[in-house]
Each structure stands twice: as structure tokens, then as C-alpha cells.
Design a protein around this ligand. Structure first.
Ligand code: SF4
Length: 403
């Protein structure tokens, strides 16, 4: 008897297991039951089953670099340890030239994506943003620019005195390839006002992504969990994301973000437990039945826990990242970057086939069992990125949305 069959026949979750097995959609009440179950292993088996049915044995990672253009922000979200005011000594803003220099260094180690976000800067003009996008695109047109959260888009629309649609169109024309999923936090208003006063509403977040999807773009989405929200709030959050995905099919993946407790004004002193990390991944995999990918974000979970999550419903480890500030300023204990070889090793040890992917989760390299091509001193990118063939690069360009 397979493990899933065991859950189907004997476990506390046997009725939900039957629904999953039959491909029936889970309700919000079902999702809440999954969050509350004491049978974490049964839940993990089901989620892993749903993941393998969709993604097979493959699990992915991306060779990317994070880049924050500025930490100045006109808002003061209670959970945020990243933002600074102009009076603060450790505030910063980068010029387009400085961003290009950082991108050039990262290209040398094989990144395929720059992930760019920042605070809501009080005075930089709209042309600053289109300017750095153009400069980065000129540096290497194949570099995929995944930039901006929904609240940044609203801020830029206000700066540009344009509609969200026109703002997104202009950013796309300057080089924006994908929106990031950051800033979703928890959608329910009562929670949002406790952790992120002044931030956009759930409807505004979803509408920015809806508009981007209608323009032919793709994006990821997130949920910041493990602070003052209830499990029902998490389910409500996932319900909104599943609803928009039904409408647009524009989300490439879901990335749950565990809360980090340091240097902020939220009265919660610890990050989510290991149990909570795994069950959140697993419930997301089972409830978000219209999403292809669920990411175990090693920055917030640690690589060891993220590796375990690859058998609890996750099929992606995110990326090499190289320079992460937002989670680390809030107390994340993970390193600033992961070498590609360590991501490959973690995926392999979890019993899965490592795949280097691009921004849109398209495969760039599949690591066969005998393939040991990442050399010990190859840095974050490693040899795999440099060894991509022209054919693979052409395929990448062909599969990226026109955005
Ligand atoms: S979370 Fe974003 S919008 Fe909120 S204060 Fe921090 S940088 Fe600003």
C-alpha cells in the first residue's frame, strides 16, 4: 500500500485525501481543517502527492541577484525593518550607474534574473525608474528584470500622474519583465491595519496584478504569515489569490513568507515554528490547485527546512539571491546568498531532480544524476549558468511573455 493510500484509507484526513485523489477542489473549510490537523505527515504526504502529480520529480531554483534601489520610504509599516527616513544615517539610494555596476558583476557569475524592489521613495521622479530599467536592459537584453511590488506600482502611478495600466505599460516598454509578489502580507483589513498601516488594500494589490496579467504579464504572489493573523485569515488570503488565478492565470507561483521578529513593532517575538512552515507550504499546495509552483523560500525558512519542504508540497527553492536585506534586517539567520551547488545538492538530497529555471519557471538546465558540473569555487552562479547553450538561451527568450 502506498503512503497516500494509507492516508486515504486510515488517516484523520481520509475524506480530504479522497477529494485530492479525485482532483476535486478543496473548500475554505477544508483548508482550515488542513491547517489545524495534528497529522502533519499525512498532510505532507497529500501535498507531496499533489505536487508530484503536477511537477513530477523535478524541483527548481533560479540563479538570480536581489537589488534594492533605495530603502527610503514614505510609509512606516509596523512589520518592516527595512525602511528608513531621510534623516536616518543608514538610508541609501542607488544611481542607475551603481545598479548597472552591481548587475555587471552578477552577470559575470551567471545570473539570469535581477529582482529589484525598494521603499516608496519620497522624491525620485518616475524617469528614475524607467531610466534604470532601460540601462539594465541595455547592459544585457537577456537579463530578466523582475521588479516592484504592487504598492510600488501604485506609488509610481501617482508619481507619473498616470493610470496603473499606463504606468505598467510604460515600465514594460522600458524593460520590466515580471512583477514581484511582495507586499501582499495578509489581505484581511483588520490584520493589515495592525501590521502595515497605510499600505494598499487587498483589492488594490489584486487589481495591480490583474491589470498586469491583462497586459500579458506574469507575476508571483506571496503571504506574510506567522504574526498576528489567525489560520482563518491565511485561508481568506489564499482564497483571494486562487480567485484571481481562476480569472487571469497570470501567477507563475506562490511564495509563502515566514514572519521575522526582529527590529519591528509587531508584538510577536518568534518566527513560525518548523511545523508551521511545513504545514503552510502543504496547505498552499493543496488549496491553490490552479497554481503550478509553490516556493520554499530559504531566506525565511533556512535551507535545511526549505529542503524538507520539497517533500511537503514545494517544488522550488527560489534563488541564489547574493544580497538580501529585507529579511535579514528583520532577523533572518540564513546566509545572504546560496551557491548554486548548494541548491542543487539540497534538491538532490531531497530525492528530486534539480532544474535551473528562469523567471517564468521555464527550465534552463536539468541536472541529471551523473551531472556534477558546478565546481567548488564557482560562486553563486556556478558553471551551469555559464554553460548554457545558445539554443537554451534562445528557448528562454522564446518562452518569456512579451512583457
Ligand atoms: S514594507 Fe515596503 S511600503 Fe512598508 S515601510 Fe517597508 S519599504 Fe515601505
Amino acid at each position: 500500500m502506498t503512503a497516500v493510500n494509507f492516508v486515504l484509507r486510515h488517516g484523520e484526513l481520509k475524506d480530504l485525501a479522497a477529494k485530492v485523489e479525485a482532483g476535486a477542489r478543496l473548500t475554505e473549510a477544508d483548508a482550515l481543517r488542513l491547517f489545524e490537523t495534528r497529522d502533519l505527515n499525512g498532510l505532507g504526504l497529500l501535498a507531496s502527492h499533489a505536487d508530484r502529480r503536477r511537477n513530477g520529480a523535478r524541483a527548481s531554483y533560479i540563479v538570480n541577484r536581489y537589488l534594492n534601489y533605495s530603502n527610503y520610504c514614505i510609509l512606516s509599516c509596523q512589520f518592516c525593518a527595512f525602511s528608513r527616513k531621510k534623516r536616518d544615517a543608514d538610508g541609501f539610494e542607488l544611481s542607475a550607474e551603481q545598479m548597472v555596476a552591481k548587475a555587471r558583476e552578477a552577470l559575470a557569475i551567471g545570473i539570469t534574473e535581477l529582482h529589484i524592489v525598494g521603499g516608496l521613495h519620497p522624491s525620485l521622479p518616475f524617469s528614475y525608474y524607467t531610466g534604470f530599467l532601460r540601462a539594465l536592459r541595455e547592459l544585457d537584453p537577456r537579463l530578466q528584470l523582475k521588479c516592484f511590488t504592487a504598492i510600488e506600482i501604485l506609488h509610481l502611478a501617482w508619481l507619473a500622474r498616470k493610470s496603473v495600466r499606463d504606468t505598467l505599460t510604460e515600465l514594460r516598454d522600458a524593460g520590466l519583465a515580471s512583477l514581484t509578489g511582495g507586499g501582499a502580507e495578509i489581505f484581511r483589513k483588520e490584520v493589515r491595519s495592525q501590521i502595515a498601516t497605510g499600505k494598499e488594500s487587498a483589492a488594490e494589490y489584486l487589481d495591480v496584478h490583474r491589470t498586469w496579467h491583462q497586459l500579458g504579464g506574469r507575476s508571483t504572489c506571496t503571504m506574510l504569515y506567522g504574526h498576528v493573523e489567525t489560520l482563518a485569515d491565511r485561508v481568506d488570503h489564499l482564497r483571494h489569490l486562487r480567485g484571481l488565478q481562476d480569472e487571469t492565470h497570470g501567477f507563475t507561483g506562490f511564495i509563502p513568507l515566514p514572519f521575522q521578529p526582529d527590529n519591528n513593532r509587531i508584538p510577536v517575538s518568534h518566527a513560525p515554528t518548523g511545523q508551521d512552515l511545513l504545514r503552510t507550504i502543504a496547505v498552499a499546495r493543496l488549496y491553490l490547485d490552479n497554481f503550478d509552483h509553490v516556493t520554499a523560500y530559504w531566506v525565511g525558512m533556512g535551507l535545511r527546512m526549505a529542503q524538507v519542504a520539497l517533500n511537503y508540497g514545494a517544488d522550488d527553492l527560489h534563488g541564489t539571491i547574493i544580497e538580501e536585506h529585507i529579511f535579514h534586517m528583520a532577523g533572518a539567520k540564513s546566509p545572504q546568498q546560496q551557491a548554486e551547488r548548494d541548491l542543487v545538492k539540497a534538491i538532490r538530497e531531497a530525492g528530486r531532480i534539480p532544474v535551473q529555471r528562469d523567471t517564468f519557471y521555464q527550465p534552463l538546465k536539468v541536472w541529471e544524476a551523473t551531472d556534477t558540473g558546478v565546481t567548488p569555487d564557482s560562486g553563486a552562479g556556478g558553471d551551469a549558468s555559464r554553460e548554457r547553450t545558445d539554443a537554451t538561451e534562445s528557448a528562454t527568450r522564446a518562452t518569456a511573455p512579451e512583457a
